[in-house]
Design a binder for this molecule. Structure first.
Ligand code: AMP
Length: 210
């Protein structure tokens, strides 16, 4: 035990891991990634990076990047890889002193996955696991329409944009699951049920890597 403790990094008082924990929280829009990420941050002390949130912050600040991103987001399309990857890299490199990252909404394409792996390889901190939340399409549409009543997000307010986002997820993003599966890093859990039940299933999966 003494030997073990010497090589551990203390995250929280009762939580110890031996290396950085770099997680990809995966799943379609409305699968609960943001909700669960907030709870995981609290438990494991990781940095949550949501590319959707980063884009919305750029839009709020009316930056050129934000204006470019908005033109794609409002239509339910992906923002081009070059823009997204650059923004993500800046965020990671600006926060080197962390216990690990939770990537939410990134990577969404194979090119983004390769760029992320290259970046993390340079940092000597590879992805630990990709965990996908599985939710049925009609449940997603219902959740997003409900969220759209209060979120202020234009892409949640219009059912045709919601369905476009799901189609984009199926066509362009699901290959990312297979990409990490080649390295036996992908796993999926049920994303339907109570928030606490889903959180419990996520933690069980994550704790296998500690
Ligand atoms: P989200 O908040 O993750 O649902 O993302 C909202 C929108 O932001 C998406 O529909 C895309 O238009 C854009 N977006 C977020 N993350 C990415 C990404 N990794 N690649 C391309 N576009 C993204």
């Amino acid at each position: 035990m003494i030997y073990f403790d010497l090589f551990c990094v203390s995250i929280k008082q009762d939580y110890k891991i031996s290396a950085m924990l770099n997680l990809i929280l995966f799943g379609p829009p409305g699968s609960g990634k943001g909700t669960q990420a907030a709870k995981l941050v609290e438990k494991y002390g990781l940095l949550h990076i949501s590319t959707g949130d980063l884009f919305r912050s750029e839009i709020d600040n009316q930056t050129a990047l934000g204006m470019e991103a908005k033109s794609f987001m409002d239509k339910g399309q992906l923002v081009p890889d070059s823009v997204t990857i650059g923004m993500l890299k800046n965020k990671v490199l600006a926060n080197p002193e962390v216990n690990g990252y939770i990537f939410d909404g990134f990577p969404r394409t194979i090119a983004q996955s390769e760029a992320l792996d290259d970046l993390l390889e340079e940092l000597g901190q590879p992805i630990t696991a990709l965990i996908a939340l599985e939710v049925e399409e009609e449940e997603i549409v219902a959740r997003l329409l409900e969220r759209g009543k209060t979120s202020g997000r234009p892409d949640d307010a219009d059912e045709s944009v919601i369905r476009k986002r799901i189609a984009v997820y199926l066509a362009q993003t699901t290959p990312v699951y297979e990409y990490y599966q080649q390295h036996e890093k992908s796993v999926s859990i049920k994303g339907m049920g109570t928030i606490e039940d889903i959180f419990h299933a996520l933690c069980t999966e994550i704790d296998r890597h500690l």
